[in-house]
Design a protein around this ligand. Structure first.
Ligand code: VG1
Ligand code: CO
Length: 562
């Protein structure tokens, strides 16, 4: 018999507000502040009604980063003391974000807790994160994250069974007697199996096997960046679909991601980009720490912009068995994502939704049967098969298109631009900017933009002139529940549809990250193959002038350009 549930006295923290995707802080913040992790875990569990807890199952998994196993032991002890009935945990704590979403839905859990800071670096000096997902399998919407934050600000105690320890390595059920509650059970499950089973029902595995290991197979290179997706790639792409073992690299999850940023973009996945340039591989992809992001590359390192990626999948969607069964209910993109998807929606007469940044806004549309496929410019692509973006799903979607069309990545992309025109897109990230300077820059820009004379104003750079048609701070009204999300990014939209967008990141852990997004449509077939940085240079110049970003932050150039 476990000792009576001890309530531990604590003091509340004021900074546990979940951001774009969970609470992300330096590992040291979780480790050095007394009860910091305990408080937040208790705040999450407190949003589950006590009456509901007695029959509740929670799914728990993470991306393998430093401090994950400590956090899982705390979740076990705090869940038990709060009367949660059952936990399902990935073996050794490992479970990708899309796999957690899949398992929550499959076993009808009340929700899940994901231990990840996604694409942020890990290790003792890196970042840690805790995210709560609801019974749909998706990230908790703002109504719930606000509730968690409110609870955390007033927390006086948390409940914990400190003696309870689980063996995370052993698959199977472990049962514990916890005071007055029903026995508390912890079930350790294979990290990959349920997710693999789901993918088998979505894609034509026989066709993918032919593509990857048949007589005319293509050569692929998949880089798991030492994140959580390694075991999934190994099991599904290598063992099951027959791609050679050496086609997947960096597949053992590491606590510090080998010292790198597990962020699949041109800067942090430079190894893959360079390998692809050699011409040995036809298709390349990289994933982020928790496996929900993807970057797709063609032969010789041909880069597929994520905004284009979701548009290409949309245009070819009927080749994927899942969508043959479900039909295509609608498309969606986050506001800063380029309008490439809009062009496909228009041509195919599909409904398109524009949501704020962050996957949580897609969930309601999916649950209401309004949305099948969606994407974000930040290397996120996914569908209503789960309620998270899904890196490996996106890669199998691309491979399915390659299998059907028997063309290269570059040919498919160029055909697409010929047919739909091209949205040139770029994003500049200014990381670890002084927070006060960043906030002031955004505030001042808003003041400039909201001046009555701003709309109609003309801006020139080189031989280009743009006239402001709309200037606002993006607000979103959820078409399903009517909830309103304000201040989602400053937009300057010009009369030709070109857009300049400024946002502050909600996933950083130190200082502020300013994101500048530029989107401009071109349908002249003579111009669609140009370099985006050349095409967009005038708009970048205008954006920097209007915002005075360099003067106000002291930053002469971005940290990352996509
Ligand atoms: C970023 C991206 C956003 C994405 C979020 C979570 O948010 O811009 O599109 O949904 O990360 O992705 P922000 O607020 O930093 O711009 V993940 O893979 O880090 O969970
Ligand atoms: Co991620």
């Amino acid at each position: 018999m476990e000792k009576p549930r001890p309530a531990v006295e604590t003091k509340p923290y004021t900074d546990q507000k979940p951001g774009t995707s969970g609470l992300r802080k330096r590992v040291t913040v979780f480790q050095q502040n007394q009860h910091y992790a305990e408080n937040f875990i208790q705040s999450i569990i407190s949003v589950i009604e006590p009456a509901e807890r007695q029959a509740a199952t929670l799914v728990v998994g993470g991306d393998g980063r430093f401090f994950m196993k400590d956090a899982i032991q705390l979740i076990v002890q705090i869940a038990a003391a709060n009367g949660i009935n059952h936990l399902v945990i990935g073996q050794n704590g490992i479970m990708s974000t899309p796999a957690v979403s899949c398992v929550i839905r499959k076993i009808k859990a009340v929700g899940g807790i994901i231990l990840t800071a996604s694409h942020n670096p890990g290790g003792p000096n890196g970042d840690f994160g805790i995210k709560y997902n609801i019974s749909s399998g998706g990230p908790a919407p703002e109504g719930i994250t606000n509730k968690i934050f409110d609870i955390s600000k007033n927390l006086q105690e948390y409940l914990i069974c400190p003696e309870l320890k689980v063996d995370l390595s052993k698959i199977g059920k472990q049962t514990f007697e916890v005071d007055t509650f029903k026995p508390f059970t912890v079930e350790i499950v294979d990290s990959v199996e349920a997710y693999a089973e789901m993918l088998r029902g979505i894609f034509d595995f026989a066709a993918l096997k032919e593509l990857l290991s048949g007589p005319n197979h293509i050569n692929v290179r998949l880089d798991a960046m030492h994140g959580v997706v390694g075991p999934y790639v190994k099991k599904i792409v290598c063992e099951e679909l027959g791609s050679p073992a050496n086609s997947a690299v960096n597949c053992v999850p590491q606590e510090d991601f080998g010292g790198h940023h597990p962020d699949p973009n041109l800067t942090y996945a430079a190894d893959l980009v360079n390998t692809m340039k050699g011409g040995e591989y036809d298709f390349g992809a990289a994933f982020d720490g928790d496996g929900d992001r993807n970057m797709v590359l063609g032969k010789h390192g041909f880069f597929v912009n994520p905004s284009d990626s979701v548009a290409v999948i949309a245009a070819n969607i009927t080749g994927i068995p899942y969508f043959q069964k479900t039909g295509v209910k609608g498309l969606a993109r986050s506001m800063p994502t380029s309008g490439a998807l809009d062009n496909v929606a228009k041509a195919l007469k599909m409904q398109l939704y524009e949501t704020p940044t962050g996957w949580k806004f897609f969930g309601n549309l999916m649950d209401a049967g309004k949305l099948s496929l969606c994407g974000e410019e930040s290397f996120g692509t996914g569908s209503d098969h789960i309620r998270e973006k899904d890196g490996l799903w996106a890669v199998l979607a691309w491979l399915s298109i390659l299998a059907t069309r028997k063309q290269s990545v570059e040919e498919i992309m160029k055909d697409h631009w010929q047919k739909f025109g091209r949205n040139f897109f770029t994003r500049y990230d200014y990381e670890e900017v002084d927070s006060d300077a960043a906030n002031k820059m955004i505030k001042d820009l808003e003041t400039t933009m909201f001046d009555a004379s701003f709309v109609g104003k003309k801006f020139s750079s080189g031989d280009k002139t743009y006239e402001v048609a709309v200037a606002d701070n993006f607000a979103y009204t959820d078409p399903v529940d009517g909830s309103v999300s304000k201040n989602q990014g400053l937009r300057i939209i010009f009369s030709d549809g070109s857009r300049i967008i400024f946002r502050l990141s909600g996933t950083g852990s130190a200082g502020a990250t300013i994101r500048l997004y530029i989107d401009s449509y071109e349908k002249d077939p003579q111009k669609i193959y140009q370099d985006p940085q050349v095409m967009l240079a005038p708009l970048v110049d205008i954006a920097l002038k209007v915002s005075q970003l360099q003067e106000k932050t002291g930053r002469t150039g971005p940290t990352v350009i996509t």
